[in-house]
Ligand binder design. Structure first.
Ligand SMILES: [Zn+2]
Length: 346
């Protein structure tokens, strides 16, 4: 999740969440994310003659498994009867438990082909290789070496590889219903929303949440062959174009009119881009990604941000710099040690 987002009082702790029947053959089960301020993932179950299909599965942890299997049971559903798990994106609070559900039920796991490729990569790369890669990425972003070591944090086990790969527009295997994958890259390259077309509902994953905004970062930070923030903004427009559907997000709470919220998030990022451009114009010397991140506004002062959060903030700063570069407002200055960025006159 974004550390640039704000938190309001409407967010309730996991302890106050309950499994719910939402009508129309759809249920929600809150699944805790132990030790994470986000609290919980909302896993949705959709009725099907072959057994329920889940949208996301939750974090891979014994407490989360208890909550998922127990929550389904409380609703009269059996985790052993689940016929499929559609994962909105590969992150561990969404895909983490999919493998265990498959083991318990024989369900298929489906995700977008771009995230499936990342999952394959995560399962192939050795831990030592991954650490060296990250240390190099942090050095090029201008982090000091001690800070860089701490910023890497611990990595959860990679998610289970899927059995089925989805593309934009694909219908999910859900007899009698129309559930369509809508590719919404940005938060991850293969993020999908799922449009339940026969009920005007959109499962939004992390793409559109009612109060916070998802983390949009670039990894490694200095890549110039992708533009995830621009992808995200275009994905928000895609969702707005679907109309005022009811949104069933993976965190926080269910809300009406996804189109209005998507437009609001787009506006928030356009403002953030404009503020960053103005900051860079005031500081005309080339700056590292780390220096830029330290200048930007986060939900707490830079000096109080834990190293892992600084690493995420740098990823977001990098995504905003890349978007400004693609718009011709910023140029990158390659260097032997670190890459730097500088505002262009416009
Ligand atoms: Zn996520």
């Amino acid at each position: 999740m974004s550390i640039g987002g704000k938190m309001k009082s409407r967010r309730r702790p996991y302890a106050e969440q309950r499994p719910q029947e939402l009508g129309g053959g759809v249920w929600s089960v809150p699944v805790p994310i132990p030790g994470n301020p986000l609290g919980y993932t909302l896993v949705y179950a959709i009725d099907s003659p072959r057994g329920p299909v889940l949208v996301d599965a939750g974090w891979n942890h014994p407490e989360a498994w208890e909550a998922l299997s127990g929550g389904l049971a409380a609703l009269g559903l059996d985790v052993g009867a689940v016929s499929g798990v559609v994962v909105t994106h590969f992150h561990p609070d969404h895909a983490g438990l999919a493998g265990q559900v498959r083991q318990a039920s024989g369900a298929w796991i489906a995700m977008h082909e771009s995230d499936a490729a990342l999952v394959r990569l995560m399962n192939e790369v050795a831990a030592g290789e991954q650490a060296a890669f990250q240390a190099d990425m942090l050095r090029r972003a201008g982090a000091d070496p001690g800070e860089a070591r701490q910023a890497m944090g611990e990595r959860p086990a990679p998610p289970a590889p899927p059995d089925r790969e989805l593309r934009d527009g694909d219908l999910i295997d859900l007899p009698g219903r129309k559930l369509r994958a809508v590719h919404t890259p940005g938060h991850t390259p293969g993020h999908i929303c799922l449009h339940l077309e026969d009920a005007d509902r959109l499962f939004t994953g992390d793409h559109v949440l009612p109060d916070i905004t998802p983390h949009i970062g670039i990894y490694p930070y200095d890549r110039d062959d992708v533009d995830p923030l621009n992808d995200f903004l275009e994905s928000l427009d895609r969702v707005s174009d679907l109309g005022p559907l009811d949104a069933l997000p993976a965190h926080e709470w269910i809300f009406p009119d996804v189109a209005t919220r998507a437009a609001e998030i787009r506006h928030h990022h356009e403002e953030k881009l404009e503020r960053l451009r103005a900051l860079l114009v005031q500081r005309p010397q080339p700056l590292t990604i780390w220096e830029v991140a330290a200048m930007m506004t986060w939900n707490r002062p830079w000096d109080d941000l834990a190293p892992v959060l600084r690493g995420m903030a740098a990823g977001e700063a990098a995504a905003h710099l890349r978007a400004l570069e693609a718009r011709g407002q910023v140029r990158r200055v390659p260097g032997v040690d670190a890459v730097r960025f500088q505002a262009l006159d416009s």
